[in-house]
Design a protein around this ligand. Structure first.
Ligand SMILES: *[C@@H]1O[C@H](CO)[C@@H](O)[C@H](O)[C@H]1NC(C)=O
Length: 296
């Protein structure tokens, strides 16, 4: 029988909607762990148990909206950090959001939210349509990715005004409404997208501003002692498991002709190191040099 796990589980306010689940689903390929169905079911959420190398397990929820052509992947790490990856396929944009719990004893807010707006490269993630058709045979299984794509460095040289960023993606204020002064982007990404989609680069740029210091030339936060001094902050964000491509199976149709059809997914892990200028080291307290271990 087809499992419909995930439809009832909620990880965030955004996914707290009820999805009508279709029961008349046809299985396309039985050998595969992940199945792509021929009929689009109404229920479009997948919940996956991801196991990290260190042994930590977390639940990842992936929602696809085929009308808007968007995918939202979210999970909460064991340290309390809440991560969102949002992909807007039409606008070739993806947004990475991190909600990091603060250290109150060091005068920080209870939490900090950062949004990193990044160019979406085609075929980095399966389409919203393929995502909406994905189900797993064994929802309780612990998943590890087949392919580790390593780490990518992203230097962000723009601040984004989330209320005015419709030209970049109309979803910016939904996703980054709680990161008003901490949403970052890269000039080169906007230029690239403007070319690729024939959009108005100048219009996209009006929703951004240059920070007062340079991400390329300011000192790293690890080298700054004073919590009120500016520096370049680093934040590493890893997506431990995601569908990065489709697998094809061969079979025969009714007339005996050999056909190839989508029957499963390739899975990947990818990390991104975001670098950006902050006005005060206070905004970047996680980014510290490793302290030498004290020997007993
Ligand atoms: C999907 O996107 C459409 C168009 O943006 C929106 O109207 C609809 O509410 C979305 N559906 C869900 C389940 O979020």
């Amino acid at each position: 029988m087809v499992e419909r796990d995930g439809c009832d589980r909620k990880l965030s306010k955004k996914s707290r909607r009820s999805f009508p689940c279709s029961s008349s689903i046809i299985i396309a390929c039985l050998q595969s762990v992940f199945l792509i169905f021929l009929i689009t079911p109404g229920c479009a959420q997948l919940v996956v148990n991801v196991k990290e190398k260190g042994g930590d397990v977390y639940k990842e929820a992936i929602n696809a909206n085929t009308t808007a052509e968007t995918v939202t992947l979210e999970f909460k790490r064991s340290d309390g950090t809440f991560i969102t990856q949002f992909i807007d396929f039409k606008n070739e944009i993806q947004i990475f959001k991190a909600l990091v719990l603060g250290e109150e004893e060091r005068g920080q807010n209870q939490f900090q939210v950062m949004c990193y707006i990044t160019r979406f490269i085609k075929n980095e993630f399966i389409s919203a349509d393929a995502m909406s058709k994905l189900r797993q045979k064994n929802p309780g299984a612990l998943r590890t990715p087949e392919d580790d794509k390593g780490q990518e460095k992203h230097q962000k040289d723009l601040l984004v005004d989330v209320e005015r960023a419709e030209a970049i993606t109309p979803h910016t204020s939904d996703i980054c409404g709680d990161a008003k002064d901490t949403t970052y982007a890269r000039d080169a990404d906007l230029k690239y997208i403007a070319k690729s989609l024939n959009k108005d680069y100048a219009k996209m740029l009006t929703a951004t501003s240059r920070p007062t210091g340079s991400v390329y030339h300011s000192p790293r936060c690890t080298l700054v002692q004073d919590l009120f001094k500016s520096c370049v902050c680093r934040y590493e964000l890893c997506i431990g498991w995601y569908p990065c491509g489709l697998k094809y199976c061969r079979g025969k149709d009714n007339s005996g002709k050999v056909i190839s059809y989508r029957c499963g997914i390739k899975t990947c892990k990818k990390c991104r190191m975001f670098e950006y200028y902050v006005k005060a080291k206070q905004m970047c307290l996680w980014d510290e040099e490793e302290k030498p271990v004290q020997m007993l």
